[in-house]
Structures are given as C-alpha cells and as structure tokens.
Design a protein around this ligand. Structure first.
Ligand code: NDP
Ligand code: SSN
Length: 292
C-alpha cells in the first residue's frame, strides 16, 4: 500500500501507527507536541511538519485525536488538513467525537473534492498494539474499501455502518454502556470490601457468572490496589459520556444511569484523576468519607 499519513500520536495513535510500521507500512507522522514523533522515526517513520504537509504528501491520512475540539482544529486551523485535501485524497478520522463534528469535517472535505471516513474504535492501548481493535467506520464506501488493508492490520473486525455519523453514534453508545458499567463495578468492589468480603473473591465469583467480562478481569485486580495506569484516560471517558448524553437528549432517550455515571466521572476529574485510567472513577467511591 502507498505511504499513509498519521496525525496524533497519543496513547492510541502511537500504538496504532507502531503496529502499521511493524507490518511494513510506510508512514509520515505528525503530532502537535512534535517530540512524540521521535520514537516513530526511530522505527522508520518520516515526520510531516504540519497536518497540511502530511496530507500533501500522502494519498490517505489517518487521525487519532483527543476530542471534537482537537479534531476540528487539525482540519480547519492554519496549516490544517483542509489546506491540502482535494480530489484523489482520503482523510480517515478514528478519534471518538460526536456525529456533528464528523459531519462538519466530512462536508468541508467534500467541498474540496476529497473523501472522508469516520472510523472510531473499540478497544484500548493493548488491542491497538496487538491489532485487535474493532473499527466502526462510516462515510465514503470507496475510501473504506481502499483503506481496508490498514484496518486489517489495526483491527480484528471492521464494520461499515453507512452514512457519516453512524460510526460516531455507535461508538458513543458503546462507551456510554462501558462507563456506566465501570461505575456499577466500582460500587460493587467497595461494597464488598466495606461489608467485610474479600474483593478478590468477588472478582472470582463475577468471572464465573453471566456478567463475566474482559474489562472486570483486566482492571479489577489493579483497582483493588488503587492502581490506575492510563490505558483509556478518564477525561476521555467523561467526554464520551457527555457526548452520549447529548445524543440521548437529541433522541429523547431517558438515561438516568448514564447521567449518574457522568457525574461520577466529573467528580473524578475534579479530584485530579483525569489523566489516569477511567477505572480511577473507583476512587470516587473508595475514597469517600463515611461512617456507619
Ligand atoms: N485510550 C483508549 O483506550 C482509547 C481512546 N479512544 C479515543 O481515541 C482518541 C485518542 O485517545 P488517546 O490516544 O487515548 O488520547 P491521548 O490523550 O493519549 O492523545 C490525544 C492526542 O490528541 C492530540 N491533541 C489534543 N489536542 C489537540 C489539539 N488541539 N490539536 C492537535 N492535537 C491535539 C494530542 O497531542 P499532544 O501530544 O500534543 O497532546 C495527542 O496526540 C480519543 O478520542 C479517545 O476518546 C478510543 C478508543 C480507546
Ligand atoms: O474508547 C475507549 C474504549 C476502551 C475500550 O474499548 O477498552
């Protein structure tokens, strides 16, 4: 495949681009904090000096950015994607954003004659390193077909969900469920502990029953030790809850559980936990003062 551009080398972007390099793809990379490109360069990538420079050089460019503000800035600001996108070029945004943000980007790129695909992912740092993501794509089918060789390296399964917005919506629904679930799990761990049960035994019991899942198995043991090395930063999970609640507003779907979970993530941010893993929401329950 031709050289691919990659914008955004945070936790996910770095893991995904390293994986592409390992599988023989040629990459030109850019990151707002340029020093984060160094490790990729050591593994064979070339640096582009701006998003526009990357787009100019590459037929296809992938982005993995923190939130809607970052996704819009990289496209619309000076030296951004729009300055060089045009006929024959494709832009694939894999960041988790809302449908409105994706649509704005899609429309602007279409006006320049370029192609757009949104492709947010399920799966975190480790699945990104191992090429085990689940890719939720929507937008131009021809671009989806063209970028499949890269998706096949980054993911274990890709879905094409139709028109732009459907990928963003699917991702927000999934993360709304995940964020709500993490809060119930945190409350359960603390409830077990405070009521005299061994939290590790709770983990063993959960793992054998109908609500066993990889997330509890993976994060549970470190949560019981109050250890939260960031795989999925809590500030991004709170952003996803906020965007999912807005989607609920739009569609008049009552979501009291998700709303409560969002408050817990906001509380965790106010406690300075935003850069830790989203499982650190456990601290909002574990460290709450209370007497019986
Ligand atoms: N971590 C995870 O497990 C998963 C994350 N996601 C989603 O993927 C996206 C990236 O997540 P993750 O890698 O964890 O996040 P990080 O916070 O590790 O990285 C964010 C990236 O966005 C860049 N960025 C932030 N603001 C701007 C801006 N204004 N202009 C340009 N670049 C900017 C950062 O650049 P700089 O280095 O300069 O700060 C960095 O490259 C998010 O949308 C997240 O919700 C999806 C699935 C899993
Ligand atoms: O958006 C982040 C998703 C994290 C995960 O699916 O494990």
């Amino acid at each position: 495949m031709e050289e691919i551009g990659f914008l955004g080398l945070g936790i996910m972007g770095k893991a995904m681009s390293m994986n592409l390099l390992r599988h023989g793809f040629k990459l030109t990379v850019w990151n707002r904090t340029l020093s984060r490109c160094d490790e990729l360069v050591e593994h064979g990538a070339t640096i582009g000096e701006s998003p526009a420079a990357v787009i100019k050089k590459c037929k296809y460019t992938i982005a993995m950015l923190s939130d809607p503000a970052a996704a819009l800035s990289v496209v619309f600001d000076k030296d951004g994607v729009l300055e060089q996108i045009g006929a024959g070029k494709g832009y694939i945004d894999m960041s988790t954003v809302d449908a409105e943000t994706s649509s704005k980007i899609s429309e602007a790129i279409a006006l320049k004659g370029g192609s757009f695909l949104e492709a947010p992912v399920s799966g975190s740092k480790k699945p990104a390193e191992d090429g085990q993501l689940v890719i939720l794509a929507a937008g131009e089918r021809a671009l989806y077909d063209a970028i499949i060789p890269a998706f096949d390296i980054m993911g274990k399964k890709s879905f094409f969900l139709g028109q732009v917005g459907n990928g963003a919506r699917m991702k927000l629904v999934v993360n709304m469920i995940m964020g709500s679930m993490m809060n119930a799990f945190s409350e359960g761990l603390v409830l077990a502990d405070k009521s005299g049960l061994d939290p590790q035994t709770l983990l063993d019991v959960l793992d054998l029953g109908a609500i066993a899942n990889p997330m509890f198995k993976m994060k549970g043991p470190s949560m019981t030790k109050s250890s939260y090395p960031p795989a999925f930063p809590l500030k991004h999970q709170q952003k996803d809850m906020r965007l999912a609640l807005a989607l609920g507003d739009e569609n008049a779907v009552p979501m009291p559980v998700a709303a409560a979970a969002n408050e817990a993530f906001k509380k965790a941010r106010s406690m300075g936990l935003g850069d830790l893993d989203f499982s650190a929401v456990h601290e909002t329950v574990a460290s709450s003062k209370g007497s019986t």
